[in-house]
Every structure is written in structure tokens, then in C-alpha cells.
Design a protein around this ligand. Structure first.
Ligand SMILES: *Cc1c(COP(=O)(O)O)cnc(C)c1O
Length: 430
């Protein structure tokens, strides 16, 4: 069977995506590139196996091979992060966070997490999320662009949360997990670290690791880990500490919190792909990539500052660069669309104190995961900063026309051709 003959409509869309990824400068912070072997593992016929439960304790027959695969994924997650416990079944980090919170909090329990507007994630108790509806969420924010740890401590004293969440989707600086832990300890709360955005840097030692500091750590697997859609739950030295109210150890509680409390059957293909991506994350190549991601982000931030842009916190410790567009009178959505029209991807993002709604926003979030994977280094980041600058400056002066678009597009095409995607040969198509 050949997809091109069987379903040309779908095959065409998939082939167009390959072409687009080749020709686009992806400066988005949440994306990564999955190795073809990861994609192959995700699409393996193992997908046809249905088996609730965990390796050695399934509720269905025929899972012996899947048991081997899931045990590999768990062992590799532990090896990559130096964890003592890992669960590879969460379908996403949102599912992982839900399982962790449901395990650690009673209905209506108090959770202290980072405000969405300050860079936190929906699943850290935002009103639009089930985590904000079923628990009582209190939120900390920023002071001078940095996490306001004094406010975190004050809110903890005032609200006595049972869980403190340390993690962000849009925060360019390293997190001080020890400080979070001291605050959690001061009120007897569990500390949950969500490293979704920086998991690759953590794995490579380029960002502090919360594994032995937090009680539980969660991550998505498709961002910096270059894995499939999915999540992981991990725990370090605290894994055998008792969970709340005689529920067994934290590790036992997390196992039950994923299945049967919040998920049904695991996704065997995704778990195979996680095992593959985690194996790659143990290699020296991955470390060099992570170092380049961080060096590129610093260079990109510096290039934008040089060109007169307001970079939040003045720079970055990780892979992301946050721009406040307000001085230019440009909104995030207009900037995002103008850049996309030129083949550059960067997403609109709210900035601290933003008065515009999330769909409009006043900031732009850029990241270097993908360009670093293409082999671009700090010198190319100066070129990227210039291209972003040319577009934003034209938009700000109301001079963003076909001529600017064509000029930037041509330079994007040249840069992409010089640094082709390391995988996905074009002729393979789908
Ligand atoms: C992306 C993200 C998530 C959600 O991950 P999904 O796998 O997309 O559900 C959770 N937490 C943080 C901090 C994130 O950045």
C-alpha cells in the first residue's frame, strides 16, 4: 500500500509539511525536531497492542513485547535525568500534571503556581484549566521580570498550599528550585517541578535539575527532548517518601494517579518513541546540541538588544528570548503574522502587565531549539536577529510591503538552504 496512491489528499498535505519545515526558519520556543528513528518508533505496529496497567501487571494479554519497551522507556528516563522513579505513560504533560495534582491534592485543595500572564502554564491552576476549576489556585508573579520569590513565600504563608508548582512556559531565566523547596517546606507542601520547556537543557546539565529537590518532576517529551507527543512523571530521592494521608509512597501514588485515576490504556507507539528519544538524549551529540541551544539564545537576545529591541530580563539563561513589542507600538499577533509571511515562525506572547488579550498580546517569544538542530550557531543568530528586526521595524513604520516581504523571504530561503534540516530528505516526501 502506498499513501500517495491510496490517499493523495492526505499524502499531499504531509509532503507539503516536509517542504515547509525545510524552508521555514522556526524560531519558536516550544518546537523541536524528532529524529526519524523516533518517528519510526512512534509508528511501529506496537501501536496495535492494547494493554492497561504496567509492565508485569497488565489487564490484557499479549503485552510481553510492550513490557520490554515500556521498561526501556522508564529505565532511560531515569538514566537521562538521574531519577529513581519514572512513569512513561502520560499522554502529554498536561495529563502528567493533572495526574500529579489529582494525586497530591484533595478536591478543592490549594495549589500555588506561576501566573499564566507571568509565563506559567495553563495546567498550573489557570482559571481556564480543569486544574484551576477543581483546585483552589493561588498565583505568584514577577518582580522586575524575575520570579518574585518573596511573593511566593508570602502567598505560601497566607494560603498554606498543599502543592507548590515551579515551572514555566515563558520564562527566560533559570529557576531556583532550592528556594522553591525551602518555601514548600516552610508550609509542609509538596514541590512539583514542571521542566517541559527546559527538559533538554536539564538533561544536558545546562540548566539546574529539580529531580532531587522537588518531590515530583513532570515534563513533556516533544519539546526539548525531541520525542513524540507525550509526558513523563519522575521523582528523585523523595520517591519513597509517603504521599498524603496513608496513600503509600509518592512513586506508588503517581502510578495509581496516572492509571486508573486519570488515564486508560497507554499509547505503546508513543512509549516506544520516548524510549528512542531518551536513548538519543544520553549521547554526547545531545549535549553539544543543548550547549548550542543556550549559546544561540544568548546570541539572538544580544542581537535584538543591539538593534534596539526590548528583551525581557535583558537576555536569557535558556533557549528562549522574550520581546516586549510595546515600545514599537506593534502587537504580538501582527508581528507573528508578518514574520510568518516571511517564513519565520515566532509566537505572540503576553508580557508582564500586558493589557491586550492573549490572542493579540504585546510580546513575541522566540526559541533556538530547531535552529541549533540545523547547525546554526551564534553567527547565524546575528543574521536571524537582523531578519526579525527588519520585519518588526517595517511593521512599526507601516512600511511592511511586498518588497520587504520578498527580500526577507529570499534571505530566509538562503539561510535554510545553507543549514538544511539534518533529517527528512526531501525526496522521501511522506
Ligand atoms: C507545554 C507545557 C505543558 C503541556 O505540555 P503538553 O504535553 O503540550 O500537554 C505543561 N507545562 C509546561 C510548563 C509547558 O510548557
Amino acid at each position: 500500500m502506498n499513501l500517495v496512491d491510496e490517499d493523495p489528499e492526505l499524502a499531499g498535505a504531509l509532503a507539503a509539511e516536509v517542504r515547509a519545515q525545510h524552508d521555514t526558519l522556526a524560531l519558536v520556543a516550544h518546537a523541536s525536531l524528532a529524529d526519524p528513528s523516533v518517528l519510526a518508533a512512534a509508528g511501529a505496529v506496537l501501536n496495535n497492542v492494547t494493554a492497561e496497567g504496567y509492565p508485569g501487571a497488565r489487564y490484557h494479554p499479549g503485552a510481553a513485547r510492550f513490557d520490554v519497551v515500556e521498561r526501556l522507556a522508564v529505565a532511560r528516563a531515569k538514566a537521562v535525568f538521574g531519577a529513581r522513579y519514572a512513569n512513561a505513560q502520560p499522554h502529554s504533560c498536561s495529563s502528567a500534571n493533572l495526574a500529579v495534582l489529582v494525586g497530591l491534592l484533595p478536591p478543592g485543595g490549594v495549589l500555588l503556581g506561576m501566573d499564566l500572564d507571568a509565563g506559567g502554564h495553563l495546567t498550573h491552576g489557570a482559571p481556564a484549566s480543569v486544574t484551576g476549576r477543581h483546585f483552589r489556585a493561588v498565583h505568584y508573579g514577577l518582580a522586575g521580570g524575575l520570579i518574585d520569590y518573596d511573593q511566593v513565600a508570602e502567598l505560601a504563608r497566607a494560603h498554606r498550599p498543599a502543592v507548590v508548582v515551579a515551572g514555566a512556559s515563558s520564562y527566560p531565566r533559570a529557576l531556583d528550585y532550592r528556594r522553591f523547596r525551602a518555601i514548600a517546606d516552610s508550609v509542609g507542601a509538596y514541590l512539583v517541578a514542571d521542566i517541559s520547556h527546559v527538559a533538554g537543557l536539564v538533561a544536558a546539565g545546562e540548566h539546574p535539575s529539580p529531580i532531587d529537590i522537588a518531590h515530583v518532576t513532570t515534563t513533556s517529551t516533544y519539546k526539548q527532548l525531541g520525542g513524540p507527543r507525550g509526558g513523563l512523571i519522575m521523582s528523585g530521592v523523595e520517591h519513597d517518601r509517603p504521599g498524603p494521608g496513608g496513600t503509600g509512597t509518592l512513586a506508588e501514588l503517581m502510578q495509581r494517579s496516572v492509571f486508573p485515576r486519570t488515564q486508560g490504556t497507554p499509547n505503546p507507539g508513543a512509549i516506544a518513541a520516548k524510549a528512542r528519544a531518551l536513548d538519543l538524549a544520553l549521547r554526547p551529540d545531545f549535549r553539544s546540541w543543548a550547549r548550542r541551544v543556550a549559546a544561540d539564545a544568548r546570541a539572538l537576545a544580544a542581537g535584538l538588544v543591539e538593534r534596539g529591541h526590548r528583551v525581557l530580563t535583558g537576555g536569557t539563561d535558556n533557549h528562549l528570548v522574550l520581546l516586549d513589542l510595546r515600545p514599537h507600538g506593534v502587537t504580538g499577533v501582527v508581528a507573528e503574522r508578518a514574520l510568518e509571511g516571511c517564513g519565520i515562525l515566532a509566537n505572540r506572547n503576553r508580557v508582564p502587565g500586558d493589557t491586550r488579550p492573549p490572542l493579540v498580546a504585546s510580546g513575541l517569544r522566540l526559541g533556538t531549539n530547531v535552529v541549533a538542530r540545523r547547525g546554526m550557531g551564534p553567527a547565524e543568530m546575528a543574521r536571524c536577529a537582523e531578519l526579525v528586526h527588519v520585519v518588526l521595524a517595517a511593521v512599526a513604520r507601516d512600511r511592511f510591503d511586498g518588497e520587504v516581504r520578498a527580500r526577507v523571504r529570499a534571505e530566509v530561503a538562503a539561510l535554510c538552504a545553507e543549514f538544511p534540516l539534518p533529517f527528512y530528505p526531501l525526496e522521501v516526501g511522506v
